[in-house]
Ligand binder design. Structure first.
Ligand SMILES: [Ca+2]
Length: 307
């Protein structure tokens, strides 16, 4: 079977690291690089943690690039500081040196170069805001020809968003964070013809990180991947946490676990609903992951982390 070319763009949250780890366990994927978009994190520890995870997964040949784009509405500091915690986990600091290279160019320039040089179309796996993708498309519009599809964790279609009204005065509660960080860039990507398969809150709300699944990771006694995954989830178990980025990423390995549904949508870029992914007849067609076979998904995750 020929390998599927994938470029990862994550934004440094706890489940972004786990989604990256999951991608590295997929034998049919050739990962061309990992771009870190500085959204749900602080850039320096997020880049460092990403490189250390690639080392741990014996994938130090895969380059990491730091995107220097900026969003409009910053993520809460409480979420972002998890990047420091993950970067300091003992399991990621068994060596004094990091082997995985940080490329000299910015993440957006790296994305342009990797796509330009690709010999076959590339799947973009995006688990953060679409700002780096939009910036790369502005710099080199011809790269859209090289993008086979964008699989993206983001948006909320028929459910409330996760940007809380009580924290964000300028918001009516309809926006999902990856859109809200920079709705203008999401709208920019919506203007392209690229196939978009989104994993919205509508689906992720049904797939929580439960104590049961975290305990099961421990019982697998599998050092180091299951252990690292379990530690990361232990960090976030006191809050409502879902398999957001991991659920989106597992689609690349097992699309048959999911049912897709097509919607016509528009990204709202201003006013109280900025960051909303609104269903609008005649709007931009996208596919959304509609249902997932949860039991098979949970089993798959446990199996991959026991490798
Ligand atoms: Ca993320």
């Amino acid at each position: 079977m020929s390998q599927q070319l994938v470029l990862m763009d994550h934004d440094g949250g706890v489940d972004d690291y786990l989604a990256t780890m999951l991608l590295m366990t997929m034998d049919h994927i050739q990962l061309l690089g990992v771009v870190v978009t500085p959204a749900d994190c602080y850039a320096e520890p997020a880049v460092s943690a990403t490189r250390k995870i690639l080392d741990l997964m014996r994938c130090s040949h895969i380059p990491v690039a730091e995107s220097t784009v900026r969003g409009i509405n910053p993520f809460p500091r409480l979420y972002r500081r998890d990047s420091f915690i993950v970067d300091h986990l003992p399991i990621l600091n068994q060596s004094e040196t990091i082997r995985t290279a940080l490329v000299a160019e910015s993440g957006q320039d790296f994305m342009v170069r990797v796509l330009s040089e690709a010999t076959e179309p590339v799947t973009l796996m995006v688990t953060g805001p679409l700002t780096t993708v939009a910036t790369a498309l502005d710099k080199a519009p011809e790269i859209s020809e090289k993008i086979q599809k964008i699989v993206w964790m983001g948006g909320a279609l028929n459910v409330a968003g996760n940007v809380e009204k009580s924290l964000e005065a300028g918001q009516d509660g309809s926006a999902e964070w990856n859109v809200y960080w920079d709705a203008i860039s999401a709208a920019r990507v919506w203007q392209t013809q690229i196939e978009i398969i989104m994993c919205p809150l509508d689906l992720t709300n049904n797939v929580p990180v439960t104590s049961d699944i975290v305990y099961k990771m421990g019982r697998q006694r599998h050092y180091p991947i299951s252990d690292l995954a379990g530690q990361c989830y232990a960090l976030v178990i006191p809050q409502d946490y879902y398999f957001w980025d991991v659920l989106a990423t597992a689609y690349l390995a097992h699309p048959e676990f999911y049912q897709l549904r097509e919607w016509e949508t528009q990204i709202i870029t201003n006013g109280l609903s900025q960051g909303r992914t609104k269903i609008v007849p005649g709007g931009r067609p996208v596919y959304a992951m509609d249902t997932v076979d949860k039991e098979r998904f949970y089993s798959y995750i446990l199996q991959q982390w026991a490798r």
